[in-house]
Structures are given as C-alpha cells and as structure tokens.
Design a protein around this ligand. Structure first.
Ligand code: SF4
Length: 361
C-alpha cells in the first residue's frame, strides 16, 4: 500500500517560524501557492527540474513558466530559509555534523554518516524535527532544553538540501533533535518532498522515523505511511527503569508500546527496529535481557544494542559505559530466545541521543 502523503488537511502552522519567507523546497507550500495564483501545476515539476537536475539556484529564472510566474516566485519564495553556520567533518571521512541556523535564529543539528569512506554515494542524513524536545530523556542534551519550537516541513527538507552539498543522501533518519512524532504533520509533509522523484528522490523505505514511543502517532504513521521504517528507542522494557531513563515513558507504558508495535507490524508487514542503549550496571543486567525477551516474544523486531556513549548530561545521572562481556551476555540471552540483534560497538550515530541510524546497512 502506498503512503498517503498528500495530506489535504491543513497544516497546523502554529509556530512562529511559519510566517515570513517560504522555501521553494517545501513542495506543499509551492503547490498551494500555485493553486491560489492559478499557475499551472505542471510548472512545479519544471521548477524542481531546474533546481535539482540543472542546479539552478536562481530558481525564479526557470524558463517556460512565464514572466508573471517568475516574478511571483522571486517575490514569494527563497531557496532556503536556513543556513549552515558550522561544519565539523570527521577526519576519516566517516561523516560530518552541520549546525544549521533557522530564520528565527534557532539552531539545529544535522548529521551526515558516510557508509563507505571517500565514496559519497551511500550516506545517511540524520535530521532534526524540533528545536529542543519535551521528552526529557536523561542521557540527552536536547532533552534539557525543553521544547522551544517545531520545525516546518520546509525546514526539515532544507536540512537534506544542505547535507546534499556534502554527500548524496541515500537514507534519511529522523533521529536528530526532537521527537518527530510530536511534530507529526510537518514530518509527514516533509516525507513527501524528500521522496518526490523530481526532488531528493529518497526511497520511502530508506526513511526511518524514530520515536521514544508516542503510541497514537506510531499507529497513525502505520496508517498514513506504511512504507516508512520505524525505530523505537526502548532502552528498557521494565516500566520503572524505562521511566527513570525516559521520563515520558510514564505516559507511554510498555503495555501500550507492545500494542502500538503490534499494530504497526500488522498494518505494514515491516519489522520494527528497537534501540537499546546498554548502560553499565543499570539496564545491561541479565534480568533485564530476560524481561526484554518477554516484551518481544515472537514480534517481528530487530534489536540494536548500543553500548552507552558517555555524555556530560548522562554523567550527571551516573550512567556508565558497560563492560564488553556484559554486552555479549545480554546479546546471547536475546539470541538464545531467537531474537535478531547487533551490538553497535563503534557508535557513529547521533551521539547526544544514543541513537543508532538504523538505515545504515
Ligand atoms: Fe528528545 Fe530524542 Fe533527546 Fe529523548 S533522545 S529528549 S526524544 S531528542
């Protein structure tokens, strides 16, 4: 079943950045504008062909769309509303982190992970969906900021545009700043721009939306877009321990998570990636591995075991790097139960958030 990405319901543009300049990369905004101004809809494709195939950054100069449309485009759209203000590239070529400033001055991070060094054809782009985050995960610096703003679909798409100057995006993962399910509609609209053939042309099943478990949105995503991949940051299937690590876990109880996963799997036929950060002496004990087996049972999931990557905020909570042997014991218990796993020894994902970019292989 194809994704229902053309959501005709009006977007809730209730954040301050929705006003002012609009990016021409926001396909829904461009279509709405063309419709309102009686401009032929096939000119949308013409404009994107000029930008993406011919590299025309002065997009309003697109030929064959008429002088009036050219003028309207120039008056009402910009290529990007955001700009890259800092780039930190890994010396070994394995990736880069972009700091992107939005038009209101807020800054978000976009991370590029290159799969094969030097060959830039297989890169994963990890995008942010919010400035700050309301979830307050105890190992995450973004969680200490609280929610400051939701990104618009255009601002999400622009991150991939900026990343495109450094790589060829093959996968896109919503694992940067913010909880994408809390900015659901803008995320959904951004999926459309990212997968448009005449734009970024990323395959839908190479896009992963990662959540700490907003259960109603997991179910809605399965309905709206069954082709997109889902990653769930679980970190513990023990209710008390999970709530300690992820305070919002109190709302999204493990029972509800199980029901949401079941719905997703049944509706989409896809497996769910479970992300489990192993913290020394905390959630890496065999008893919690057995509890995780009980949680998973025969569900169609794949478990990424991510040895804790030390962070300043995690240190405040006393989180420790697990011993290698304990990680292996934990994995063995899951494997003996028939659960597919992989330990991500070399953590190259979004380090602040202890998430592994699940579309990397
Ligand atoms: Fe928010 Fe993700 Fe950080 Fe949790 S890990 S606080 S969901 S950004």
């Amino acid at each position: 079943e194809r994704c229902r990405l053309v959501i005709e319901r009006p977007l809730k543009r209730d954040n301050e950045r929705a006003g002012g300049e609009t990016s021409v990369l926001d396909v829904q905004a461009l279509e709405e504008f063309f419709r309102a101004n009686d401009i032929k809809m096939n000119h949308v494709n013409t404009v994107y062909r000029e930008i993406f195939k011919r590299g025309r950054t002065a997009f309003w100069e697109t030929p064959d769309i008429g002088r009036k449309t050219q003028d309207l485009l120039k008056e009402n759209f910009v290529l990007t509303t955001s700009k890259v203000v800092e780039v930190a590239e890994a010396e070994d070529g394995s990736g880069a982190k972009l700091i992107i400033e939005l038009k209101d001055g807020h800054r978000v991070e976009t991370v590029i992970i290159n799969h094969t060094h030097k060959a830039r054809k297989r890169s994963t782009v990890c995008v942010s969906s919010q400035v700050g985050c309301a979830m307050g995960c105890t190992f995450c610096a973004t969680g200490t900021m609280g929610l400051q703003a939701n990104l618009t679909a255009g601002e999400i798409i622009e991150q991939v545009w900026h990343a495109r100057q450094y790589c060829t995006p093959r996968n896109v993962v919503f694992m940067g700043m913010g909880e994408p399910m809390d900015n659901y509609e803008e995320v959904l609209v951004s999926l459309r721009g990212l997968t448009q053939q005449n734009q970024f042309n990323v395959c839908m099943d190479r896009i992963t939306v990662s959540t700490v478990g907003v259960v109603n949105r997991i179910q809605q995503l399965a309905d709206d877009c069954p082709e997109v991949s889902l990653a769930l940051s679980l970190h513990s299937s023990n209710q008390a321990l999970r709530t300690q690590i992820i305070p919002s876990g109190g709302r999204f109880t493990v029972d509800k998570l199980q029901a949401a996963i079941d719905y997703y799997i049944e509706r989409t036929g896809r497996q769910v990636m479970l992300e489990y950060t192993l913290m020394g002496g905390l959630n890496d004990l065999p008893i919690f591995a057995k509890e995780l087996c009980e949680f998973i049972q025969t569900r169609k999931v794949f478990v990424n075991l991510i040895p804790y990557n030390p962070t300043e905020i995690g240190a405040l909570h006393g989180y420790m790097v697990p011993k290698d042997d304990d990680c292996i014991v934990f994995e063995d218990i899951l494997n003996d139960f028939g659960i597919k796993t992989k330990i991500r020894w070399k953590f190259t994902g979004c380090t602040m958030r202890q998430r592994w970019c699940t579309s990397m292989w």
